[in-house]
Design a protein around this ligand. Structure first.
Ligand SMILES: Cc1cc2nc3c(=O)[nH]c(=O)nc-3n(C[C@H](O)[C@H](O)[C@H](O)COP(=O)(O)OP(=O)(O)OC[C@H]3O[C@@H](n4cnc5c(N)ncnc54)[C@H](O)[C@@H]3O)c2cc1C
Length: 469
């Protein structure tokens, strides 16, 4: 009898696990239960009247050659794109990562440049203790650069000030390869961000990230895997040996029960624990208090921008608007846009909390606000007409590193003792993963199932060290 592996979630982690398991062995029956009506998770593509939205702009970028090859073999038509993204601050563009070249100095003015350099040098001389994300940024970039390029943006992203956030986020995510020598080199030799983009190449499916994950899903189905869409897992039943015996899910109004020999979960850790019976109160509390940041993106179709920009996306650092970033989908892949020659398809990103003012705003009002913001930052002309728009709301887009996060290892150790349960993925492990990390965690879990090991450390070791980044 084939052993049944139930995978919760058809995002990059769940689909990679299913694909890897089915392609390596015939001994397993694979069933994916996916709450949404389509596959891809956060990395899905959404078709809006022929214009395709990427929920966030997903670069397929990794330092692991095996994952890079996996993507290329899975989708041989995948594009190789050159990245350009800049910071929009005080109505001027700055390189990201920040470079001290002539244009930057011109934009900042001589006075501010001196303050930036002075505070940067000071941060290199004085060894600041790092207890918060604010400390981390100031230590890496100096106070002035932190105030200009990180403080406001980070507060907008997480909904709390960097001084109240663990430094771990910065250590995992921020490009801190900025050195005195590097800055001087930028200034003396001078180079342009536009020229520089050639050095920064990523893969991108012509029809957005969902194309990759729909391809994987089709292969999983071809190999006999089953993907149940619209199936929300609401219960995890355990047996006498603490093993998961079955998974309960809702299919519309219908409650269904599926026996399982193994469970791989990429659903949020918080929801998973809440779905379990008999969890000791101490662990339930940690799970309940795990925080997230939610996210909205509005696709806006316009006939043109005030000035054409080459960027894939732009970080918006402007206290007068709520938007965090703008994606220019035409620059990711013209195939995302029905008429790329005559229209520009933008994605305006907003960080919010489920149930807050932004989240609850009705679509029409939200669109009006977003469009007004585009005009405020002078990306579109005051007379520009909006040809179409579409809004996506993403719950738990960002697992956050505050709340009960410092106790997460206790919860992890409790869950690790369930021998046939493997936690994988971004929300599955409550870790700020990119797609490659989610995939690698899934591959490690598959290796454990195939070798009959109940080991979990190898899964948690993915994306755990700064060296990996
Ligand atoms: C704005 C933004 C930009 C990003 N940009 C990049 C980028 O450029 N490059 C990159 O590599 N990564 C990027 N990421 C991260 C990337 O989206 C994630 O790493 C990836 O989607 C994680 O895959 P996953 O399978 O772990 O989780 P998810 O994509 O979250 O998939 C989990 C799946 O589980 C399902 N699920 C949840 N609860 C249940 C339940 N109870 N029952 C059944 N199913 C359930 C969900 O519907 C979802 O489909 C970005 C993320 C965001 C938010």
């Amino acid at each position: 009898m084939a052993k049944r592996v139930v995978i919760i979630g058809a995002g990059p982690a769940g689909l990679t696990a299913a694909y890897e398991l089915l392609s390596r062995s015939d001994d397993y029956e694979v069933v994916i239960l996916e709450k949404a009506k389509k596959v891809g998770g956060i990395a899905r593509s959404v078709d809006c009247n022929g214009n395709i939205m990427d929920v966030g702009g997903h670069r397929f970028l990794t330092d692991v050659p095996e994952i890079n090859n996996w993507w290329k073999e899975m989708l041989p038509t995948v594009l190789e794109q050159e990245r350009l993204s800049r910071i929009y601050f005080n109505q001027k563009f700055y390189d990201y990562p920040v470079k001290l070249r002539m244009e930057t100095i011109k934009n900042m003015g001589i006075g501010t440049t001196f303050v930036v350099c002075g505070s940067f040098l000071k941060s290199k001389i004085l060894k600041r203790r790092v207890e918060s994300l604010e400390d981390y940024y100031i230590k890496q970039f100096g106070k002035k650069m932190y105030q200009m390029f990180f403080e406001n943006y980070t507060e907008n992203l997480w909904g709390r000030h960097p001084r109240d956030i663990s430094p771990e986020y910065g250590m995992q995510r921020v490009n801190d390869k900025i050195s005195v020598i590097g800055l001087l080199k930028d200034m003396i030799i001078g180079d342009s961000a536009v020229e520089d983009k050639k050095k920064d190449v990523f893969l991108y499916p012509e029809l957005g990230p969902g194309q990759m994950w729909e391809t994987v899903a089709n292969k999983v189905r071809d190999m006999g895997g089953k993907i149940v869409l619209g199936a929300e897992v609401v219960g995890i039943k355990r047996g006498k040996k603490n093993e998961v015996k079955s998974v309960v899910y809702m299919l519309g109004e219908k409650k269904c029960l599926l026996k399982s020999d193994y469970v791989l979960s990429s659903m949020p850790m918080k929801d998973l624990v809440m779905a379990m019976d008999d969890v000791p109160r101490k662990y339930l509390k940690i799970a309940k208090e795990l925080p997230y940041r939610d996210y909205m993106i509005i696709g806006v179709l316009v006939s043109k921008l005030v000035n054409a920009v080459p960027d894939d996306w732009i970080y918006i650092h402007d206290k007068n608007v709520k938007m965090g970033r703008v994606q220019i989908y035409n620059n990711w892949s013209p195939s995302l846009v029905r008429d790329a020659e005559h229209t520009v398809w933008l994605g305006l990103e907003y960080f919010c909390n489920e149930g807050d003012e932004l989240w609850r705003m009705n679509d029409k009002k939200f669109a009006e606000m977003a469009i007004l913001e585009l005009k405020k930052i002078k990306l579109i002309d005051d007379n520009e007409k909006i040809l179409d728009f579409h809004i996506e709301r993403e719950k738990k887009a960002y697992p956050a590193y505050f709340g009960s996060y410092p106790q997460i290892d206790e919860l992890r150790r409790y869950l690790d003792k369930i021998p046939n349960l493997f936690l994988v993925g971004r929300n599955g492990q409550h870790r700020y993963n990119n797609m490659d990390h989610s995939m690698m965690a899934a591959i490690e879990a598959v290796k454990n199932i195939l070798s009959g090991s109940a080991e979990k450390d190898n899964i948690w070791n993915v994306n755990a060290s700064k060296e990996h980044q």
